[in-house]
Design a protein around this ligand. Structure first.
Ligand code: HEC
Length: 153
């Protein structure tokens, strides 16, 4: 039985080729992965935002810690936008344009990674004004991509 089942799987793999979401067991895993990273990123951006807007006291070390995490997380959602994950067993707000305009979508990713790297540098100066100056462009990079590639709810 076991051998028969493996043969069927092997045959199916030969026919279909390796699925493009091979890193993920199913499309919905890729969707959940990118949504989870985005959610985490927004939580940590929010903590910096609270300091920038004066809703939370400025804590230089916390700013560095949060900015370091955001800079790292900003690299992570992209491999999860695999072809075939424009829909899955769970809802996704990713627009199908992502898979049509791949170069433009990539430019939006690069913009975010560049801005979060600058945000981290700014945080490391331990100066709230520098942090404030770098925060706007980071938020802008999130917004620009969402305006173009994320469906409204
Ligand atoms: C290159 C494009 C792009 C950039 C840049 C980007 N996002 Fe997103 N974001 C998306 C897309 C597309 C989705 C929808 C993902 C899905 O539902 O599959 C999304 C979803 C989200 C969500 C909803 C997650 C959930 O729980 O469903 C949050 C929160 C979010 N982004 C926050 C951010 C923040 C904060 C930044 C900036 C620090 C950012 N995003 C930068 C494209 C982007």
């Amino acid at each position: 039985m076991k051998t028969a089942a493996s043969l069927v799987i092997a045959a199916a793999t030969l026919v279909m080729g390796t699925p493009v979401w091979a890193q993920f067991a199913k499309p919905e895993d890729a969707i959940k992965y990118r949504q989870s990273v985005m959610f985490l990123m927004s939580q940590h951006v929010g903590r910096i935002g609270a300091m920038v807007s004066g809703k939370a006291p400025y804590d230089a070390q916390a700013a560095v810690d949060n900015a370091a995490l955001v800079a790292e997380l900003s690299k992570r959602p992209w491999p999860a936008f695999v072809a075939g994950s424009d829909k899955g067993a769970i809802p996704t707000r990713a627009k199908t344009e992502i898979w049509v305009e791949q170069q433009k979508f990539k430019e939006n990713q690069e913009k975010l990674m560049a801005e979060t790297a600058k945000l981290l540098e700014a945080a490391k100066t331990n100066n709230l004004d520098n942090l404030k100056a770098a925060f706007g462009p980071t938020g802008g990079a999130c917004k620009n991509c969402h305006d173009t590639y994320r469906k409204d709810v």
